[in-house]
Write a protein that binds this ligand. Structure first.
Ligand code: NDP
Length: 255
């Protein structure tokens, strides 16, 4: 029997306690990676780690609020401490607090910038040296960063200005980082999901949540596993292949 594509590799997934992150962690474990599960809800992470172990995989729960710079740094260090290396970083944790400038609090804007941008930068900065080392020393001879952006990283809409800011910015950051790291054989890619059924809208106030759900009521949403598929595809390519961008919309989605 041939070895799994990610056997011997270690992946860190932020926002692994629900939605796209949890599905991605499962997928990478199925492909043979040991997975560091990072988020704040410890109970969810423990349950997922147990599920992965029951299926014959390996995962380690790391409770962290990555908007705290020290905890973001420590999540990377603990991954190295527990799982001994780092080959794949999936920057997935994110929040979408919709609302117009007039009706959104500055705290909500701050929360989005703090998680979708600043926390992602802290985790990435801490991880880059280890990813370079993994690319140089692993049998795969390649390492990966996958950033989870959104269709909102390509299309701006009213009520989404700061979410758009974070995701458009992430696309630019990803492309620059890709060019910096390609000589090191660290691939840097972006996945841009359309509408996915997850807990993302649960963080909205009731009226905004209802408006957001109304907007997508006519379409069959993607499942978190559909995005995990895209991420799994990217990181299991051989080193000569770099899939830099995947835009995955729901089939009925016009924007
Ligand atoms: P979820 O709300 O289900 O997942 C968000 C994850 O982020 C949770 O695991 C949450 O865990 C984690 N998280 C939140 N705050 C922190 C924090 N301070 N520190 C560490 N982890 C944190 O939503 P999705 O799965 O949908 O979202 C994942 C990504 O996909 C986001 O970047 C989102 O922008 C993007 N996306 C989603 C789309 C959708 O339609 N669902 C469409 C396009 C993009 P915990 O609360 O335990 O910390």
């Amino acid at each position: 029997m041939s070895e799994k594509p990610l056997a011997g590799s270690v992946a860190l997934v932020t926002g692994a306690s629900s939605g796209i992150g949890a599905a991605t962690a499962r997928r990478l474990a199925e492909e043979g990676a040991a997975v560091a599960l990072v988020a704040r809800r410890r109970d969810r992470l423990d349950r997922l780690a147990e599920d992965i172990a029951n299926l014959g995989g390996r995962a380690h729960a790391l409770e962290a609020d990555i908007t705290e710079p020290e905890q973001a740094y420590q999540a990377v260090q603990d991954t190295l401490g527990r799982l001994e290396r780092l080959d794949i970083l999936v920057n997935n944790a994110g929040i979408m607090l919709l609302g117009t400038a007039l009706h959104t609090t500055i705290e909500e804007w701050d929360r989005m910038v703090s998680l979708n941008v600043a926390a992602l930068l802290h985790v990435t900065h801490a991880a880059v040296p280890y990813l370079i080392d993994a690319a140089a020393t692993s049998p795969r001879q390649v390492a990966d960063i996958v950033n989870v952006s959104s269709t909102a990283g390509r299309v701006a809409r009213p009520g989404s200005s700061v979410y758009n800011l974070t995701k458009f910015g992430l696309n630019g950051f990803t492309e620059a980082l890709r060019q910096e790291l390609l000589v090191e054989r660290v691939r840097v890619g972006i996945v841009e999901p359309g509408t996915v059924r997850t807990e993302l809208v649960d963080h909205l106030g009731e009226a905004t949540r209802e408006a957001a759900l109304r907007q997508v009521s006519g379409i069959e949403p993607l499942r978190a596993e559909d995005i995990a598929d895209a991420i799994g595809y990217i990181v299991t390519r051989e080193r000569r292949v770099a899939v830099n961008e995947m835009l995955v919309r729901a089939g009925d989605q016009t924007w």
